[in-house]
Structures are given as C-alpha cells and as structure tokens.
Design a protein around this ligand. Sequence first.
Ligand code: GDP
Length: 194
Amino acid sequence: VIRHLEYLGPMSTRGGWRPDPSYPEIAFVGRSNVGKSSLLNKLMKRKAFARVSNTPGRTREIHFFDVNKQFVLADLPGYGYARISKERKAEWRPLIEGFLTDSPRLWGVVQLLDVRHDPSPDDMVMLDFLAQLGVPTIFAVTKVDKLRKAEVAPRIQALAAQLRLDPDQIVPFSATTGAGRDELAAALMELLAM
Ligand code: GDP
C-alpha cells in the first residue's frame, strides 16, 4: 500500500544532485517503450511517473521518488532507442552505469522486458552488468495481455531459458489488466526486507 509518494527530483547526465543515501534505493531499468511508466503508474496507483518521466527533454535524466519514506525509487532513462545517436548513447552509459555502481544503498533493480520481444543486445548488456555488480534483480515481463492466456507460461519459460534465469525470477505483468501488480509489489517488499 502506497501511503506516501513524493517526487524528489532529477539527476542529469552531468551528474550532480542525487538524494541522500539514507534510504534503500530500488532502480527500474528497461529499453524505451517497454512499458516502464505504465508499470510504475500501476504499481504505485498514481499517475506521477508518466507525467514527470515522459516529459520531452526529461527522458535522459534519472528521476527519484520517495515511497512511504521507506525506499527511494530511481526511474532510469530508457535505453536502446533506435533513434538515439551514438553521442546520446555515449552519455547514457556512464550515467546509468555510474549511478548503479556508485549507489551504496542500491538494494535491488527491476529490469523490464517486453513479453513479445526477444531480449535485445542492450538488454543483455544490462543483465550482464547487473549480474557482475551482484545486485539482486527482479525481471518484470510487461504487456502480457498482448498474448493469449495459454501463451504466457510457455513464453516466460522460453525467455527464462534465453536469459539463463529461473522462471521464478520473472514476474509477468500487465499495466492494462493489472496482472502481476501484487506479485511485483510483494517481490519488492521481499527485496527491502533482505
Ligand atoms: P516507457 O517508454 O517504457 O515508459 O513505456 P510506456 O509506459 O510509455 O508504454 C509504451 C507503450 O506501451 C504505450 O503505448 C503504452 O500504452 C503501451 N503499454 C504499456 N504497458 C502496457 C501493457 O501492459 N499492455 C499493453 N497492451 N500496452 C502497454
């Protein structure tokens, strides 16, 4: 249950300000258009994320939210957008990787994948980076409403095999139907209790 949700502010590609590391942080990562804002809106039952994070010009920043004065949610910029230039990519990687590396209170990461697509090279780079960092990672597979019900479980199995994960590490999610919302919230609470 979200009792308190407060937008704390952005951290730009140039670094600078970031919240005090007095709370555990949980970061959300995924390629552009994977459904991250929709997932966060559904998870928090608020519209704050679409408003802040998808404002043009603000998509290259990390946005921080205080959730229940219990943890800081870090909404990282979407990666792997075909239209972004090499220079943009060159500034994106140090921002993301620097942030994830220099977060003493990073408790965990939620990596999002679209159920209809095989993991992209960028997804694999992120997955390997998080594994090397040794940070607990939850995989949320978005837009499962786009498949027929009977197709979901085999698709999750196939994705798990591709990613070399246990299917239990994957939470199937739909922002449209709300499927997986409670499972994802429970997985986050479990992370925070660790
Ligand atoms: P972001 O760029 O990762 O923040 O992605 P958005 O949340 O903005 O979503 C990208 C597109 O996917 C939008 O057109 C959404 O309406 C759509 N979308 C997001 N989540 C879902 C979902 O669970 N089901 C379906 N059918 N569409 C979704």
